[in-house]
Design a protein around this ligand. Structure first.
Ligand code: PGA
Length: 256
């Protein structure tokens, strides 16, 4: 369970869903009652696709529910067709995810790219969820700790301690994402402890204590408690189960 001073966070990564603004707004609306009911004890943030940020943001106005994008580019503006900068996002939302394994796998993002995105997003005043996690072959080869440590160290770059409050790290084993094969809590626990040690080393204990560490990968209403009750875990990053308002609402209730 989250240490005193850190509030648990449930983050909803909608990925490339839903297909219409109306459905996105309806999904956000469906989550609001549970988020309101438990808002004193758990932070909730929704990450819709770029085109729905404005409509979902309007729905969330006046609530404590956070809004974020799923990616950003590090340059502020210029000839980068198709990209959206962290500076642009800052006008529309308060959060962004960087380094999700789907970006690394399908779009070739490197640790260096992730570091530049994280730095640009923090500089733009966004809160940043940095994703790390090993592939299945790396898991099988017992390389989890080394992979996660490398990704984390690279993503933090030369860390600015004053930015630590805006930082969240999500440990998401690639083989657990969207597969229904959620990681055993002891594996998640051991790896989140690796993340916490890396944060301590990079930021110093005081700043690191402000950073939340999440687990992600096939989290649902039935298993969310087995993660959030771990001392190493400050919440979860949820994909598929966050697309069902009722299930995600139940998860919010299960965290508190
Ligand atoms: P999943 O996705 O919950 O559908 O496994 C998690 C994520 O990719 O963030």
């Amino acid at each position: 369970m989250t240490a005193p001073g850190r509030r648990p966070l449930l983050a909803a990564n909608w990925k490339m869903n839903p297909l219409s603004a109306a459905d996105a707004v309806a999904l956000a609306r469906g989550v609001l009652p549970a988020a309101r009911r438990h808002g004193e004890r758990v932070d909730v943030a929704l990450f819709p696709p770029f085109p729905w940020l404005q409509a979902v943001g309007a729905e969330l106005e006046g609530t404590r529910v956070g809004l974020g994008a799923q990616d950003c580019f590090w340059e502020r503006s210029g000839a980068f067709t198709g990209e959206v900068s962290a500076a642009m996002l800052a006008g529309w939302c308060g959060w962004v995810i960087v380094g999700h394994s789907e970006r690394r796998t399908h779009f070739g993002e490197t640790d260096e790219d992730v570091a530049r995105k994280a730095a640009a997003a923090l500089a733009a005043g966004l809160r940043v969820v940095v994703c790390v996690g090993e592939r299945e072959d790396q898991f099988e080869a017992g390389q989890t700790e080394a992979v996660v440590d490398r990704q984390l160290t690279a993503a933090l770059g030369p860390p600015a301690v004053e930015d630590a409050g805006g930082l969240v790290v999500a440990y998401e084993p690639v083989w657990a994402i969207g597969t229904g094969r959620n990681a055993d809590p002891p594996h998640a626990d051991a790896t989140m402890r690796v993340v916490r040690r890396g944060l301590d080393a990079a930021l110093g204990a005081d700043a690191a204590a402000q950073v939340r560490v999440l687990y992600g990968g096939s989290v649902n209403a039935a298993n969310v408690r087995s993660y959030v009750e771990l001392a190493s875990c400050d919440g979860c990053l949820v994909g598929g189960a966050s697309l069902k308002a009722e299930e995600f609402s139940n998860m919010i209730g299960a965290v508190v």
